[in-house]
Design a protein around this ligand. Structure first.
Ligand SMILES: [Fe+2]
Length: 240
């Protein structure tokens, strides 16, 4: 499996606070059958640490890979970021400040939970105007989608990629997120499920419980497609 969304880089956001946590997270992911982890630190948030494209950020991916190799943890780190659409989003987009997923055309974008549909649409269109394909991080967590799931269905129909969070399907992120995630998954609107992991104890990158949940509750979903084939196509910059 490939985990498309994971806060595994140490010290860059509210995910892994230091290298030891990153290594524990990677070991958990590997134990559950994950081979590749897209390292997607928060980007363009209100925090001073913006995680825009930089020499330091690129060094952070390779430094973590070196440590994983040294610790014999069989995980390949792929580059990326979870870009919050706010502030001067369009200007940064045009300036190429955002790290796409493994340097592909795919950009992982998140929104404030209470963001308006009109603003989200403007931002998705801005991503496309740059020749990129938006991957919408956890649409099931946005209030507008919880109120009107057909909104996210329309994004998917228009070629935007929907990425559900593992925790939403496991019920860890609230009932509204679960109901919305289940509905989008059953409608076939979802292309990828990822961990959005922040630690090794809570919101972890271990995929075991998710696979059990999919088999039990969502027999119509295709785990191989959602957790391997589609993220692999994204990593290879292929169309879904
Ligand atoms: Fe995230």
């Amino acid at each position: 499996m490939l985990d498309l969304h994971c806060h595994i880089l140490p010290g860059l956001d509210d995910g892994a606070a230091e290298l030891g946590v990153s290594l524990e997270m990677a070991a958990l992911a590997a134990d559950s059958g994950v081979t590749h982890v897209f390292a997607t630190p928060h980007c363009n948030t209100r925090n001073p640490q913006k995680n825009f494209r930089s020499r330091e950020l690129i060094e952070a991916y390779t430094a973590l890979q070196r440590e994983l190799d040294r610790a014999d943890i069989p995980i390949r780190i792929l580059s990326g970021a979870e870009v919050l659409a706010r502030g001067h989003f369009a200007q940064h987009l045009a300036a190429g400040d955002f790290m796409t997923l493994n340097a592909s055309r795919y950009l992982l974008v998140e929104f404030y939970f209470d963001e308006s549909p009109a603003y989200i649409e403007d931002c998705l269109a801005a991503v496309e105007a740059e020749g990129l394909v938006p991957v919408v991080a956890h649409p099931e967590r946005y209030f507008c989608v919880q109120h009107a799931p057909e909104l996210a269905q329309r994004w998917a129909d228009a070629g935007r990629v929907l990425q559900l969070n593992k925790g939403s399907l496991l019920g860890d992120l609230g009932e509204d997120a679960y109901i919305t995630a289940a509905l989008l998954l059953r409608r076939g609107a979802v292309s990828v499920i990822a961990s959005d992991a922040h630690h090794f104890r809570f919101r972890t990158p271990h995929m075991g419980a998710l696979l059990d949940c999919l088999a039990r509750r969502f027999p119509e979903a295709d785990p191989a497609l959602l957790l391997r084939e589609n993220p692999l196509r994204i990593a290879k910059d292929q169309t879904l």
